[in-house]
Design a protein around this ligand. Structure first.
Ligand SMILES: NC(=O)c1ccc[n+]([C@@H]2O[C@H](COP(=O)([O-])OP(=O)(O)OC[C@H]3O[C@@H](n4cnc5c(N)ncnc54)[C@H](O)[C@@H]3O)[C@@H](O)[C@H]2O)c1
Length: 296
C-alpha cells in the first residue's frame, strides 16, 4: 500500500512508520517538526517538512506531494499538538494544528477518495471542555464524522489511551508520565507525582497501538468505516502504583495537581477487539521492570 502518515516524526508516528516499512508498504510523512525529531526518521520513508494548517487548499497538498506520492491508499492522521498542559498556554496554535489541519487533510482526502484513520484521544470520553487539547481533538473527530456522513469518505477514529514506549519524549512540556519518570529515575531524582497520585490511567504500549492501527488499515477502512474504536489496554494503574514499580523505596515528591486532567482513564470498550481481533498484551509495570530497573 501507499501510505501517508501525518506527524510521522513524532512518537507514535515513528513506531507506526517502522511497522509499515517492515510490512513492505511505501510510506511518506508530513511533519512540521514542532515536537517531531529528525533523528526519528527511518530509512526507506520519505519525509516532507510542512505545517498542515497552511496546506489549506487541495492544490497545495498536490504540489507538496508532487512526484513523491499522489494517491495514497490510506492516510494515518496523527499530527497534532498532542498534550493537555501546553494547550492551556497555546490555544490558538492548538486549534490550528488540531482542527484546521485536520480539515485540510480531510478536504484533500475527499478529492482523492482516500480513507483516513484519525488519531483520537481517550480524553474525548471525558469533559470536552476541560482544556483546549481535548476540545480540539474532539472537534477533529467531529470533522472526520462529518466527512464520513456528508461526503462518504471512508474514515475510522482510533482513540488512544496514555501511550508509552520507544521514541516517547523524555523531556520538555510534551513529555508523558512514563517519559518524565524515565528521565527522573535515570538521573536518580525523586519521581514527581501530581496531586494525591491516586488518579488512574490506562497505559497502553505503543506496539499495541501500532497493532491496532495496522489492523484498521488491513481491514482497508471500508469495512469498518464510520467507527470509533477505543485503543486502550483495558487495565489501569494509579500514578502511585506506577511510581512504586520503580522500587518501593525509590524517593517520590508530591507536587500540585494539574488542571484539566481526568481522574481516571479506563478502556472497557471491546469493539476494537471484536471488530479487528485486536489483542493488546503488554503491561506497563512489566515494561518499567524490564526496561528501567534492570538497567541499574
Ligand atoms: N501519546 C499519547 O498518549 C496519545 C494519547 C491519545 C491521543 N494521542 C494522539 O496521537 C497522535 C500522535 O501523538 P504523539 O504522542 O505521537 O505526539 P507527538 O507530539 O510525538 O507527535 C505529533 C507529531 O505531529 C507533528 N505536528 C504537530 N502539529 C503539526 C502540524 N500542524 N503540521 C504538521 N505536523 C505537525 C509534530 O511535529 C509531531 O511529530 C496525536 O494526534 C495525539 O493527539 C496520543
Amino acid at each position: 500500500m501507499r501510505v501517508l502518515v501525518t506527524g510521522g516524526a513524532g512518537f507514535i508516528g515513528t513506531n507506526l512508520i517502522k511497522r509499515l516499512l517492515s510490512d513492505g508498504h511505501e510510506v511518506v510523512s508530513i511533519d512540521n517538526y514542532s515536537t517531531g525529531k529528525k533523528e526519528n526518521e527511518q530509512d526507506g520513508c520519505t519525509y516532507l517538512e510542512h505545517s498542515l494548517e497552511s496546506l489549506n487548499h487541495p492544490s497545495k497538498f498536490d504540489k507538496e506531494l508532487f512526484g513523491v506520492m499522489s494517491d495514497p491508499d490510506v492516510i494515518f492522521h496523527l499530527a497534532a499538538v498532542a498534550r493537555i498542559q501546553p494547550s492551556f498556554e497555546h490555544p490558538t496554535y492548538t486549534f490550528h494544528s488540531n482542527v484546521t489541519a485536520t480539515l485540510n487533510v480531510l478536504e484533500w482526502a475527499r478529492g482523492k477518495e482516500c480513507p483516513i484513520i484519525y488519531a483520537g484521544s481517550s480524553s474525548s470520553n471525558g469533559d470536552k471542555f476541560a482544556n483546549p487539547y481535548t476540545l480540539s481533538k474532539s472537534q477533529g473527530e467531529q470533522l472526520v464524522e462529518l466527512y464520513n456522513k456528508v461526503y462518504n469518505l471512508p474514515t475510522v477514529v482510533c482513540r488512544f489511551y496514555n501511550v508509552y514506549g520507544s521514541h516517547q519524549l523524555t523531556e520538555g512540556d510534551y513529555c508523558t508520565l512514563i517519559g518524565i519518570f524515565e528521565t527522573l529515575y535515570k538521573e536518580g531524582r525523586p519521581l514527581t507525582i501530581t496531586g494525591d497520585g491516586e488518579q488512574r490511567r490506562d497505559f497502553t504500549h505503543v506496539d499495541d497501538i501500532v497493532d491496532g492501527l495496522a489492523l484498521a488499515a488491513k481491514f482497508r477502512v471500508y469495512d469498518i468505516s464510520g467507527e470509533t474504536l477505543e485503543l486502550g489496554r483495558g487495565k489501569n494503574y494509579s500514578v502511585n502504583e506506577i511510581a512504586n514499580a520503580f522500587g518501593e523505596n525509590y524517593p517520590t515528591k508530591y507536587i500540585d495537581e494539574r488542571s484539566g486532567e481526568m481522574r481516571e482513564t479506563f478502556c472497557e470498550d471491546t469493539k476494537a477487539r471484536d471488530m479487528l481481533g485486536w489483542n493488546p498484551k503488554r503491561d506497563v509495570i512489566d515494561f518499567i521492570k524490564e526496561n528501567y530497573i534492570l538497567d541499574r
